[in-house]
Design a binder for this molecule. Structure first.
Ligand code: URA
Length: 195
């Protein structure tokens, strides 16, 4: 059911022309990939060159780093679902523009409403600000849990930023340890009650 709903949504966005990115050189819409029943979802910014070519999020260098970080937190790509705030590659990987985010955000929200993850890890400023709905720098909010109505947001630095700045890589590794601690704490089975 969930998988079908996601497929239908993906189909409805096939060859999407709703914003200017369709005419600015994107190869294809990069909808999202992963387990439709995931309890953890990761949300990035926008497809880059490799993602645009392959049609899947996080398949380039940042994706390889993300895979390693996921492993360090005891997670695998098969367990999670990954999507981006905007589904088409901006020219030369420039930042998304407000109208592009506004046009595409409803589809991210539909993905979240369909998958119903308990935890949404936002990667970088764009995803974090879009889902927290406030303009706050990622370094102020990273590796903390924000309890929303239907899910928890756990912001993290964007892996691409860590590829370019070595000191951020250590921070990101530390933050994935905090994510693991958070997951270990919250998926702990309830203590048996003694009568
Ligand atoms: N960066 C992102 O934000 N998303 C991708 O899919 C790849 C790189």
């Amino acid at each position: 059911m969930t998988a079908t709903a996601l497929q239908e949504l993906a189909q409805s966005l096939h060859n999407c022309q709703r914003c200017k990115l369709a005419k600015l050189g994107r190869t294809q819409v990069v909808f999202g990939v992963g387990n439709p029943h995931a309890s953890i979802m990761f949300v990035g910014e926008a497809p880059g060159f490799n993602e645009d070519q392959k049609g899947e999020p996080f398949v380039g260098a940042a994706g390889k780093l993300l895979n390693d970080l996921l492993t360090s937190a005891g997670l695998s790509r098969e367990q999670i679902y990954i999507a981006n705030v905007i589904k088409c590659r901006p020219p030369n990987n420039r930042d998304p523009e407000p109208d592009e985010v506004e046009t595409c955000k409803p589809f991210l929200m539909q993905q979240i409403q369909t998958i119903r993850p308990k935890l949404v890890c936002t990667l970088g400023n764009w995803a974090t600000q879009t889902l927290l709905e406030r303009k706050v720098g990622i370094t102020k909010v990273k590796a903390q849990a924000f309890y929303m109505k239907d899910f928890v947001i756990f912001p993290l630095l964007h892996p691409a930023a860590a590829l370019h700045q070595g000191n951020l890589l250590d921070t990101l590794k530390e933050d994935f340890k905090k994510l693991k601690e958070f997951l270990d704490k919250h998926s702990k089975p309830a203590e048996p009650t003694t009568t």
